[in-house]
Write a protein that binds this ligand. Structure first.
Ligand code: NAD
Ligand code: MG
Length: 418
């Protein structure tokens, strides 16, 4: 694709797995895209390297002290990148008038405010941060409807569904869709002996068979909460009822999801499991650009298997479906409890098999409210995290209250993402 002036892109979470893959795709198309802003919470040295390479107008670091240090470093080097800090800095770069495209790739609830700011400012928003949609779906979708923004899914499954639907598609019935088939690999423990799961270590849980990702989403994949969050994400993105979506386990991660039509057609999007494909698709939509991903060799792949998910082994999938059926703040509570549980597991404070139990206890002891505005969402999120900390103390005697932050900066073994 050739355009006259490159489109300025803001990459929220540029040091993460999706952020690094996004920069890889952008670097292949310097005439079409420029980097306007890069942001990170930690791994500031890596952010600085990215700034030296892409020379963005802004860099944003969460903490003020780290931002001040980076500012001094850049001044000494004569680098023009201006350094901002905090959530305000993130919202500022996500909604800046100069920006055309925002990649929302912060992990967890922390991504909500800057992603919403980008939507409200009418940007083309590339949504990787599924947690923001799960925790605030109705608000998020109404902000989208009231703005000129467009939302393009980056999650490989949702990107696949998007590709298999007509565009635009506001009504599945009118489009002749019978159901959406959301595929998932089943994670690293699909066939493991259930008795062995309580001994699983964080590194084992993060060792996904097909994808290299940040640690939070890797644990979510191992519990299949990732598929649960994606189930909720798909309901909001595609205006689907829970009954319209069927989860199908597909261990090879080659079919990224499917759409079943009334006439018997089943459309699938396939490709090698590499996030640069959905990133390139969403960046250039409706054009197609090179992503750096090699073509899928079906003969080498050999076979494609499909099976039903085992909700006894993976209760998180059931919990997510129930949360979506309950509506209101139930998905907000589910997401918050999951973030606390996953962080506790990664810190060695909760066994792998305790994750679902903790979430269920929080869900069972929290009232549902309607998500009237952002304040209600934030209160529901805060209260669910506090309740999750209490349950954690009851279960494991953890009292420090510091669990619940899923940034994996500095811990992920592979920097090259897929
Ligand atoms: P990651 O942990 O590798 O990267 C997260 C990024 O967010 C980092 O740049 C980090 O510095 C930043 N960050 C973390 N906490 C922050 C905070 N409190 N404030 C501001 N910035 C913060 O995560 P990832 O694997 O790249 O995933 C990012 C998002 O994309 C997640 O929501 C995930 O579910 C989604 N996603 C990822 C993949 C994948 O292949 N990695 C696939 C589909 C969807
Ligand atoms: Mg996915």
């Amino acid at each position: 694709m050739q355009t006259m002036t490159p489109q300025p892109v803001c990459v929220l979470g540029s040091t993460g797995s999706i952020g690094v893959s996004t920069l890889d795709v952008l670097a292949r198309h310097p005439q079409d895209y420029s980097v306007f802003a890069l942001t990170a919470r930690e791994r500031v040295a890596e952010l600085a390297q990215q700034c030296r390479r892409f020379r963005p107008r802004y860099a944003v670091v969460l903490e003020a002290e780290k931002a001040a240090q980076l500012r001094r470093d850049f001044a000494a080097e004569g680098l023009v990148t201006e350094v901002l800090s905090g959530v305000e800095g993130l919202c500022q770069v996500a909604s800046a008038p100069e920006v055309s495209i925002v990649m929302a790739a912060i992990v967890g609830a922390a991504g909500l405010k800057p992603t919403l700011a980008a939507v409200q400012a009418g940007k083309k928003v590339l949504l990787a941060n599924k947690e923001s949609l799960v925790m605030a779906g109705p608000l998020f979708m109404s902000a989208l409807a009231q703005s000129d923004a467009s939302l393009l899914p980056i999650d490989s499954e949702h990107n696949a569904i998007f590709q298999c639907l007509p565009y635009p598609c506001d009504n599945l019935v009118e489009a002749g869709v019978e159901r959406i088939l959301l595929t998932g690999s089943g994670g690293p423990f699909r066939t493991a002996d259930p008795e062995s799961l309580h001994r699983v270590t964080p590194d084992e849980a993060c060792n996904h068979p097909n994808w290299s990702m940040g640690r939070k989403i890797s644990v979510d994949s191992a519990t299949m909460m990732n598929k649960g969050l994606e189930f909720i994400e798909a309901c909001y993105l595609f205006h689907a009822a829970p009954a319209d979506i069927q989860v199908v386990v597909h261990p090879q991660s080659i079919v990224h999801s499917m759409v079943q039509y009334r006439d018997g057609s089943l459309l699938a999007q396939m490709g090698n499991p590499d996030m640069r494909t959905p990133i390139a698709h969403a960046l250039a939509f409706p054009q197609r650009i090179d992503s750096g991903v090699s073509a899928l060799d079906l003969i080498a792949a050999g076979r494609l298997d499909f099976e039903a998910p085992d909700e006894t082994r993976f209760p998180c999938l059931r919990l997510a479906r129930e949360a979506m059926e309950q509506g209101g703040s139930a998905p907000t509570v589910l997401n918050a409890a999951n973030e606390v549980a996953v962080a506790a597991f990664l810190e060695g404070k909760l066994p792998f098999t305790g994750i679902a139990g903790l979430i269920e206890k929080v869900m069972d002891s929290t009232n549902r409210v309607e998500l009237a505005d952002l304040e209600v969402v934030e209160r529901a999120d805060r209260e669910a995290r506090a309740r999750a900390q209490e349950v954690l103390s009851e279960l494991c005697g953890v009292h420090d209250g510091g669990v619940g932050d899923n940034s994996d900066d500095g811990q992920r073994p592979q920097t090259r993402s897929m």
